[in-house]
Design a protein around this ligand. Structure first.
Ligand code: PLP
Length: 341
């Protein structure tokens, strides 16, 4: 069992010399290799121009796909760069064919923007969203999900680790249900990627989205998606451009065969290079190591918070993430009342 060289990773994170930064569910402190990758590319743009710099960074930019393929245990052709996780998720969600009466299954911990998109498509095409209740531990109820997975369900879309509440939803068990019933499965892995080892085969998801700046410690304004190869040509992107498609003649075009059909032509090149550096950094530290460390720190924080009078830790679920949620005094009463409703 390897461990993290804490002194080294601290030295590579200059931000932690002066502050203790807890807001990793918002945006983490990036390590030096990420900062250097971004600034080096910006310097190159300043010196020779953006298009020319992109040309020089070609290998690094191709490396983005192989790095993510290594991280998620998939093929580089199944990866796309997107400017944030919301748009990455949207590109996937809005390309899933849905008709009136089709059902989307989600859980109570779903990210708000995703839920808004369920309602948005519901208004447009008449698909309906059904929310799987939680079980007694606070994670989504697998038993209820299994029961609700009837022939009307065309998509299961859940969040792996929600932004608050400490929960880790049982993503791989959801994958088993989705496969058993032949339902497409879209996983929002925004808070889990970089924090928990992810293997898209083991999870059994068909599509996955994530952001760069949270536990991956990449730059802001970066995100990515994964889509299973066998599914790619069945998903018609909501938007196309001259990068995602080729214009053939006045009446026809051809869409790319790989996941880059979900990308834009113009993007934050320095950010892409920086995000690839973040993935390589996380892989070098080791996702198992990161996960163990994050869990141990979160456990000790929960224990110590719980000892403080008037403080209550609110985290849910069987398996807990590195996101620690607590309330104090009057806020606690308010929270209980809310939960009882
Ligand atoms: C942060 C977050 C998002 C949105 O990611 P952006 O990169 O800000 O678009 C989506 N889902 C979850 C669960 C998140 O925590």
């Amino acid at each position: 069992m390897s461990t993290i060289d804490i002194d080294r990773v601290r030295a590579e994170t200059p931000g932690c010399e002066k502050i203790i930064h807890f807001n990793n569910a918002g945006a983490s402190l990036p390590p030096e290799p990420v900062y250097r990758a971004v600034t080096r590319h910006l310097a190159l743009e300043r010196r020779i121009g953006g298009y020319e710099a992109e040309e020089r960074a070609r290998d690094l930019l191709e490396g983005f796909y192989t790095s993510f393929a290594g991280l998620l245990h998939c093929d580089p052709r199944e990866i796309a760069y997107v400017e944030n996780a919301t748009r990455a998720w949207d590109m996937l969600f809005y390309s899933v064919p849905l008709r009136k009466g089709d059902v989307i299954l989600t859980s109570r911990a779903e990210y708000v923007s995703n839920y808004l998109a369920f309602l948005h498509r519901g208004r447009r095409c008449g698909a309906v969203v059904e929310v799987v209740p939680d079980d007694e531990t606070g994670q989504l109820s697998l038993e209820a999900m299994e029961k609700m997975s009837d022939a009307r369900v065309k998509l299961i879309a859940v969040t792996h680790v929600p932004t608050q509440g400490g929960l880790v939803n049982p993503a791989a068990d959801v994958g088993k249900i989705a496969r058993k019933h032949g339902i497409l499965y879209l996983l929002d892995a925004c808070q889990s990627v970089g924090q928990i080892p992810l293997d898209v085969e083991a999870v059994g998801c068909d599509m996955l989205s994530g952001t760069g700046r949270k536990f991956l410690r990449g730059p802001r304004g970066t995100g990515f998606l994964y889509v299973r190869r066998s599914l790619i040509d069945k998903l018609d992107p909501p938007f196309i451009d001259l990068h995602s498609a080729t214009w053939i003649d006045g009446r026809s075009y051809e869409i790319r065969k790989d996941a880059r059909r979900f990308e834009n032509w113009e993007s934050f090149v320095a950010g892409r290079v920086g995000l690839a550096a973040a993935v390589d950094y996380a892989m070098a530290v080791g996702l198992e190591n990161i996960c163990r460390r994050v869990k141990a720190l979160a456990r000790s924080l929960r224990e110590r918070l719980a000892e403080i009078p008037g403080v209550a830790v609110c985290d849910l679920g069987v398996e807990k993430s590195g996101i620690v949620t607590f309330v104090k005094d009057e806020i606690e009463r308010f929270c209980r009342e809310l939960a009882a409703e």
